[in-house]
Each structure stands twice: as structure tokens, then as C-alpha cells.
Design a protein around this ligand. Structure first.
Ligand code: HSE
Length: 307
């Protein structure tokens, strides 16, 4: 195989109680990429449509992740990459992770899968380091594995895929402003109180247990964030109103998607997820903020081939 065309899913990181450790892949939104083997060694970004982003290899997340892959590989050639962005940069649904993940997954397919998924995550994390200053894995892991994933440990890297209850749907609304992950990380406190820690790891355990046992009420009760949301929500216009409208219209829970400004809600069933979306939209219509909205089932496959 010389060329591959792929779909790289958007992802929701953190999922309220799992800052930097939990993430989930979406189905309704994602980028497309074409990756082609070249005789010349190196990573060459030959096309980038949909967003204004750097095409220079060392400044592009797909380029940097690709270089990490190439450095670890004994392959003598290189790769050309075309990127068709559908996920807006700075939207909070894993735009950089989709590009980094797509690059390394596609290259691995073209070379006959020399690397494991865990190794690919390490390469893709280099793209995240470029984008946000920190090599977090909570977007790239679900983009690669699909479904929900838990980063049990960063050192050594230990990723646990978690089953997704079939009726779980996500609604994501993106108020049309850009928040850079690097900026929204700078405002966070580096210390937490024991009291907040207890609440947070109780919810994290509850969410994981709820996903395993398909206990939708437990999932809903666990979607709380006592550490990051109170700080970051200040950057998101109308956050409290959107959240309370989503809950009032039947969402299991609602919070900031990744580093924002997108806001996600999880619901049982697609029709509920759509009515939650209507309620969220209404808030932004009333306060005059443009938005984009996605209602999506959970993508249990992750990045995939589409040609
Ligand atoms: N866990 C990361 C953060 C995700 O919240 O900063 C960024 O998409």
C-alpha cells in the first residue's frame, strides 16, 4: 500500500472529573488526511485545507508526530501528508490530537504496522507537546483506540480502554471563539486541597464504574469537576447557563470539553442528545453568540481508513 485516506475523530478530553486522564472519541466530527509514502526521507505536508495552520513540518503537530515516528522507525523513505481540517483549532475537541494521531496511525498502516498502539500514542503525544506545551494523552488515546480511554499512568505510559454503553450520545456546542490549550493551562492552580481531591477521585471512579456497568444515573452523578471547571469556565461565555439548560433538558451531565471553549453534554439516547442540543443553542441565540453544534454517538473504532 502506497497511499491511505483516513478519518481522524474529534475527541472530548477530561470528561469533567478526569483532567488529563480521561477522553472519548466522537463519530460525527473529525478530520480527513491522505498519507503517501515518498522515496525522500522526511515528512512533507503538501496540503492543508480548512484551517490556517503552519505547513512547515517542525511547526505542524502532524509533522512533529510524524518525525517522532520516523526517528523510531528503520524505514528508509518518508511520507507526504494532506490534511483536510474539519475540526477547528482551539475549539476544545482535540483538533491537534486528530492531526497527530492520523499522521502516525496512517504511517503505521502503510508500513505494515511495525508499532503498537501504545507506541503510536507516544509519537502522537509529541504533537500535543507542540500544541500545548504538555505531552498529554487524553485526546490522542481515544482517537487511536476509540471509545473511552483512561490514562492510568503517564510514567510508565499505561492506557486502559473503557467500554462505552451503546445508548450514550454526546452533544458538543462550540461558541465561536478560540481558546488556546496552552493559555487555558496557564491559569490552572498547580495544587489542590485534599477535600477537592476526594470529591474528584470519587467521581472519576464512579464514572468508570458507570461506563462498565452501563449505569447511566451513576455516569450522570459522576460528571462533576471541582478542580478545573470553576477556573476555566470563566473563559467561556454563557457557560453556567448552557450547563444548567442542558441538565434541565435531561442531559446526564455537562462540562467543558477539553480545554474549552466547547461545552459537552452526555445523554442517554440520540433524541435526548438532540433536545439537549436545542436547549444549549437557545442560550447562545439569546445572548447573541455564534456557535457550531455536533450530536454524536461514541466512536468505538477510533481513527480509520476511508478509501
Ligand atoms: N487535558 C487537556 C487540558 C486537554 O484540559 O488541558 C486539552 O485538549
Amino acid at each position: 500500500m502506497e497511499t491511505i485516506r483516513i478519518f481522524c475523530p474529534a475527541t472530548i478530553a477530561n470528561i469533567s472529573c478526569g483532567f488529563d486522564v480521561l477522553g472519548v472519541a466522537l463519530d460525527a466530527v473529525g478530520d480527513e488526511m491522505v498519507i503517501r509514502k515518498t522515496v525522500a526521507k522526511g515528512i512533507f505536508i503538501t496540503k492543508l485545507e480548512g484551517q490556517e495552520l503552519p505547513m512547515e513540518t517542525s511547526k505542524n503537530v502532524a509533522g512533529v508526530a510524524g518525525l517522532a515516528f520516523l526517528d523510531a522507525s528503520d524505514y528508509e523513505g518518508g511520507f507526504e501528508i494532506e490534511i483536510y481540517k474539519k475540526i477547528k483549532a482551539g475549539s476544545g475537541i482535540g483538533s491537534s490530537a486528530a492531526s497527530s494521531t492520523g499522521a502516525v496511525w496512517g504511517m503505521n498502516e502503510l508500513l505494515g504496522r511495525p508499532f503498537s498502539t501504545l507506541e503510536l500514542i507516544r509519537f502522537a503525544m509529541e504533537g500535543e507537546r507542540l500544541a500545548s506545551g504538555v505531552a498529554h494523552a487524553d485526546n490522542v488515546a481515544p482517537a487511536l483506540f476509540g471509545g473511552f480511554t483512561l490514562v492510568r499512568s503517564y510514567d510508565p505510559l499505561d492506557i486502559v480502554p473503557i467500554p462505552s454503553p451503546e445508548e450514550l450520545f454526546a452533544t458538543v456546542i462550540h461558541p465561536q471563539i478560540e481558546v488556546k490549550t496552552s493559555d487555558s493551562r496557564k491559569i490552572l492552580k498547580t495544587k489542590i486541597t485534599l477535600k477537592d481531591g476526594i470529591k474528584q477521585w470519587g467521581n472519576l471512579g464512579g464514572l468508570v464504574a458507570g461506563l462498565y456497568t452501563k449505569d447511566y444515573d451513576l455516569i450522570g452523578r459522576s460528571l462533576e469537576d471541582h478542580i478545573v471547571e470553576p477556573i476555566r469556565s470563566i473563559l467561556i461565555p454563557g457557560f453556567d447557563q448552557v450547563k444548567s439548560s442542558a441538565i434541565a433538558s435531561g442531559a446526564l451531565g455537562c462540562g467543558i470539553s477539553g480545554s474549552g471553549p466547547s461545552i459537552f453534554a452526555l445523554s442517554k439516547g440520540e433524541s435526548k442528545a438532540k433536545s439537549v442540543g436545542k436547549a444549549m443553542k437557545k442560550v447562545y441565540k439569546n445572548i447573541g453568540i455564534d456557535y457550531e453544534i455536533h450530536v454524536s454517538k461514541i466512536n468505538i473504532e477510533g481513527v480509520r481508513r476511508i478509501n
